[in-house]
Design a protein around this ligand. Structure first.
Ligand code: 1PZ
Length: 206
């Protein structure tokens, strides 16, 4: 995943990646390819460099799951193939299964979406409120106590809003534009993934 074509900032590349996926769905292709999906997910990496050392474990956690899904794309063409295989084997929620990884990566995409939304709602120079709210809305309900505690502690080490914009090489206007693009595009991908589970009678309470 190292050589992403870069037409603008990395945040623009991230937004583009998810818009590409969303366009595929819009054009009536409802069988998303796993390689294309994991490529878009890998573009999130731009954010990790900006978060500081406290979130190194979030990076390791997220990246290893995306990498594993990319490896799986050599065996399974599409997201549906992954779900169908795990349903058949009764391994959807099994630790380490592709369907479980997909669910976890989807949590990460939703966290970023919520974070961008909070970022756009407030002018606070500290990102702690925005990040805490986003985490509470998305991942926290599915994380054990120890993980929630560690994330809470890491929130004190976040960069400021100004530092984040500087790191991402964005202005007030451009960051608003790119975050909005990601929020819209990722929403349809998140809904699509949720539907893969619910349409197979798998609840989303895990
Ligand atoms: C400025 C932005 C600040 C946002 C900070 C939010 C940080 C969230 C940190 C999340 C840490 C996840 C730690 C590990 C969780 C694991 O217990 C679970 C279960 O894994 P399994 O049992 O299936 O092996 N893993 C997950 O839920 C994956 C969630 C990935 C979240 C990655 C964060 C992505 C992006 C943040 C970047 C802005």
């Amino acid at each position: 995943f190292k050589d992403a074509p870069c037409s603008g900032t990395s945040l623009a590349t991230l937004a583009e990646g998810f818009e590409d996926l969303a366009r595929k769905l819009e054009s009536g292709d409802d069988d998303l390819r796993l390689d294309a999906f994991s490529y878009a997910c890998s573009l999130v990496s731009v954010l990790f460099g900006c978060l500081g050392i406290a979130f190194k474990f979030a990076e390791i956690e997220y990246v290893s799951k995306v990498d594993e899904l990319y490896e799986a794309s050599k065996t399974y063409d599409t997201l549906k193939n992954v779900l169908d295989y795990d349903v058949e084997q009764d391994t959807v929620k099994k630790p380490g299964s592709h369907s479980r990884h997909l669910r976890r990566v989807r949590l990460g995409l939703d966290l970023i979406k919520a974070l961008f939304k909070q970022f756009l709602l407030s002018n606070d120079n500290s990102l702690r409120e925005a990040a805490s709210t986003a985490y509470a809305q998305t991942c926290a309900p599915f994380h054990p106590w120890a993980v929630r505690k560690a994330v809470g502690a890491g929130m004190y080490a976040l960069p400021t809003r100004e530092q984040l914009m500087l790191n991402l090489n964005e202005t007030d206007d451009s960051i608003q534009k790119e975050m909005t693009r990601y929020i819209i595009a990722s929403s349809s991908i998140i809904d699509y993934i949720d539907n893969l589970y619910t349409s197979r009678n798998i609840s989303l309470d895990w």
